[in-house]
Design a binder for this molecule. Structure first.
Ligand code: PMP
Length: 410
């Protein structure tokens, strides 16, 4: 396998190597929203369309065979990435949001009964919140929201007092997109399984930073998006335990997901085809394979370590700033995201100042309104770190925040 050094890895990302219209260098600190793409991913999209593009699973000709092989090779690489036992446990979707909706409908509508409980947490992104709220309403079930501690953690007491015999599904993030919190997934899966519940893990944020193993951690469903893993938009993944995928109803009906269609009745193909109705995001799936290969070449462990040292530096430098509050756990206990607010400074004004300096962060509620309500702030500024960030990026962030605060504070 090819190895790539993390030093200078930014040179593989064309967008980071062009000056901005104002002449500044791009300091991209919004990878939590969507990561930039390495050249190999961009090249792969072009290669597919220039050299062997065709619809998938339909054509018995040269292009069709190459496309089918390329899609199955991404499926295998994805299975390896998450530790799935077999590639047909990997369903390609449009993204995390679709994957979660698929489980809420295709598993939830069939298995959740009136009086059951669905457990989520205060940390969840709206994508792992609203589908469960809607399912609970449809099925007459109760939605229970695991509270966080003041440090943004999930305590054992909260977990143990919320998951019980009535729990049908637990849906939890493996890394908060606001606080960086890393919930204790194995503790949750063990307890949920003792109670006869299944667990969905929303790995949208953790997947580019941290190895996850669905078998070792006994995860029933796992979801993520290609675009946060340095891959294209429009493609996502649902890992499902094979027996659960087999038992689930289809989510969408159409071409490719059937085995036999009659005038009155039809029956379904085996997973994963059963959940892949219609023409798939072919180019994006193949290019996601290139993204996974790239991440593997740098090494998830190396990436995680690099980002962690930047996270520590960010905490150190930002806490020096007067009136600045960082939300959530200490850096040793979280993934590489820093969300903060500054007394007397609006997060929007700050974002504008940062933008002028070429520093791209995000401000607002980050699709986590319930969490911000819990934190007691309407909006935060979020810097999320990717493999291409450097100590200079973090220094520049801290320096610019410091000087912006002097000018902006009311
Ligand atoms: N869950 C989490 C934790 C996220 O951060 C995001 C993306 N911000 C999503 C789900 C939704 O992902 P997508 O928009 O790609 O469907």
């Amino acid at each position: 396998a090819i190895r790539l050094s993390i030093d200078g890895v930014a040179s593989h990302f064309p967008i980071l190597n062009r000056p901005l219209p104002n002449g500044k260098r791009t300091i991209f600190l919004d990878s939590g929203a969507s990561a930039q793409k390495p050249k190999v991913v961009i090249d792969k999209e072009r290669e597919v369309q220039e050299e062997y593009y065709a619809n998938a699973f339909r054509g018995r000709y040269y292009f069709g065979q190459r496309i089918d092989d390329a899609i199955e090779s991404t499926r295998q690489a994805t299975a390896n990435l998450v530790g799935a036992g077999r590639p047909d446990e990997i369903v390609f979707t449009a993204g995390t949001t679709m994957s979660i909706n698929m489980v809420a409908s295709a598993y939830g509508d069939k298995n959740v009964r009136p009086g059951d409980e669905i457990v989520i947490t205060e940390l969840e992104h709206h994508a792992n919140f609203v589908p469960w709220q809607a399912l609970a309403k449809r099925r007459g079930a109760k939605l229970r929201i695991l509270p966080i501690t003041n440090d943004g953690l999930l305590s054992n007491e909260a977990i143990e007092s919320t998951i019980n015999e009535k729990t049908a599904i637990v849906a939890v993030t493996s890394m908060s997109n606001v606080l960086g919190t890393l919930p204790p997934i194995e503790k949750i899966t063990h307890l949920a399984h003792q109670c006869g519940a299944v667990v969905l893990v929303d790995a949208a944020q953790s997947i580019p930073h941290q190895r996850i193993d669905v078998v070792k951690s006994e995860i029933d469903f796992l979801t993520f998006s290609g675009h946060k893993l340095y891959g294209p938009t429009g493609v996502g993944v649902l890992y499902g335990r094979y027996d659960l995928l087999t038992e689930m109803d289809p989510f969408m009906y159409g071409g490719h997901m059937i085995s036999q269609v009659g005038r009155e009745e039809s029956n379904w193909a085996l997973p994963p085809a059963k959940f892949e109705a219609g023409t798939m995001p072919i180019v994006q799936i193949v290019s996601l394979g290139a993204a996974i290969e790239f991440v593997n070449a740098v090494g998830l462990d190396v990436i995680g370590k690099h980002e962690h040292s930047l996270l520590q530096l960010a905490h150190q430098r930002l806490t020096e700033i007067d009136g600045l509050t960082i939300y959530g756990p200490q850096p040793d206990n979280k993934g590489s995201i820093v969300s903060f607010s500054i007394q007397g400074v609006s997060s929007e004004d700050l974002a504008i100042r940062l933008d002028e300096a070429g520093i791209f962060t995000r401000h607002g509620h980050h699709c986590a309104m319930v969490l911000h309500e819990r934190l007691g702030v309407p909006a935060t500024t979020r810097a999320s770190i990717g493999m291409y960030n450097t100590t200079e990026d973090i220094d520049e962030l801290a320096r610019t925040v410091k000087s912006a605060v002097k000018q902006l504070r009311v």
